[in-house]
Ligand binder design. Structure first.
Ligand code: ATP
Length: 365
């Protein structure tokens, strides 16, 4: 396996930058997810690494070789696509053997590699079947096997699970994670599904508009989103982002909502605001860090319930606050009705504060 380095990578179409100054390192054996909304540039980035598209500028290094000008076949990569494109007339065995035959490997070596891949992916019993005799998940496993037999330096995967139904996706997600664990493979994986990225990847590269927004472990990205885009994209339901105004009252920092209420900040959060250049502050809070009260209590701010969605284990409530929609989760026995007056208490230790102008997280120091 190999490490992959993207250094100031650009892909432009005229004045439009599909990939804009992206730099990141995928360490040897790491599983990295490129994640972001449709059109953010993740597939383009993957295709640049694969050599399916020419780069505009920058460098791509695989192992210790700069591969900018190498053909895909010379990059020692294997791709797995959403559309697995198996040969319908060939058995699973022949589908797996084909790329090796093309490389003119000896027959006994092909046989050994195919059987080893089938063993790793638990499909030895499927080797004589044709693709149409397989389930979607089994077909996807064959596609993975076809990449595996090539023993590449890097696996590049573009939404490989998106053709599967929801249940199978969850199952294949675990299998892919196991595959990575067993092989210690270097994997770059494109997905628009933040949950896939969070659950499988060692690191996630969150992209938006061709720009790399944050590159870190899912836990770090979740706990310390670099900006409002990342904060709202990672996590479900989305983090609530509430625009407020910071001011100083009797020496203490308070945040004031559009309705006129004020929320005094803890000393830690106050220090953050003192460091910020702006008075326009956006409070970010995940649903599980907001307490819903049915009566006024100190430190809770008044809001109005909008929708109430019981899911069994928890009930999700949406409420209006300072012109924003706030997502809150409450135990199923809490009875809330749409339009009811409620009070929200934010956990000061787990709240996020963003600069309302730059949209960047306000740092502690
Ligand atoms: N040949 C092209 N000419 C001009 N613009 C292009 C071309 N190919 C891609 N783009 C644009 O580049 C941007 C990034 O596309 P890309 O396919 O990488 O997005 P993506 O994040 O993978 O999205 P999706 O999840 O929808 O596949 C998009 O805005 C797309 O319209």
């Amino acid at each position: 396996m190999a490490r992959v380095v993207l250094d100031d990578l650009m892909k432009s179409y005229g004045n439009f930058h599909a990939v804009n100054h992206v730099s990141l390192t995928v360490e040897d054996g790491e599983f990295v997810a490129l994640v972001g909304p449709s059109g953010c540039g993740k597939t383009t980035t993957l295709n640049l690494v694969a050599g399916l598209l020419p780069i505009t500028s920058g460098d791509i290094t695989i192992g210790d070789q700069v591969v900018n000008d190498l053909d895909p076949k010379d990059r020692d990569i294997a791709m797995v696509f959403q559309n697995y494109a198996l040969y319908p007339q060939k058995s699973v065995y022949k589908n797996l053997a084909f790329p090796l035959q093309m490389r003119k490997l000896p027959r006994d070596e092909i046989d050994r590699k195919v059987k080893e891949a089938a063993r790793v992916l638990d499909m030895t019993h499927l080797l004589e079947r044709k693709p149409r005799e397989l389930s979607g998940g089994q077909q996807q496993r064959v596609a993975l096997g076809r990449a595996l037999v090539r023993d590449p330096a890097v696996f590049l995967m573009d939404e490989p699970l998106s053709n599967l139904d929801a249940k199978l996706r969850v199952q294949m997600r675990s299998e892919l994670k196991r595959f990575h664990h067993d092989l210690q493979a270097t994997i770059i994986y494109v997905t628009h599904d933040q949950l896939e990225a969070v659950t499988m990847a060692d690191k996630m590269a969150v992209m938006n508009g061709g720009n790399l927004q944050q590159y870190d472990s899912p836990a770090q990205v979740f706990a310390h989103p670099a900006n409002m885009f990342v904060a709202s994209f990672i996590g479900s339901p989305a983090m609530s982002l509430i625009p407020l105004e910071a001011s100083t009252v009797d020496g203490n920092i308070v945040l004031t909502g559009a309705e006129g209420w004020s929320l005094p900040l803890s000393s830690f959060n106050s220090r953050k605001i003192q460091n910020a250049k702006t008075r326009k502050v956006v409070l970010g809070a995940r649903h599980s860090t907001i307490k819903l009260h049915k009566t006024a209590v100190s430190d809770a701010v008044p809001a109005k319930a909008y929708t109430v969605e019981p899911t069994g284990d928890v009930t999700f409530v949406q409420a209006f606050l300072s012109g924003a929609i706030v997502n809150i989760s409450v135990p199923p026995n809490v009875d809330v009705a749409p339009d009811e007056q409620i009070w929200l208490e934010f956990d000061q230790e787990r709240m996020h504060l963003f600069d309302g102008e730059t949209e960047m997280a306000i740092k502690a120091d």
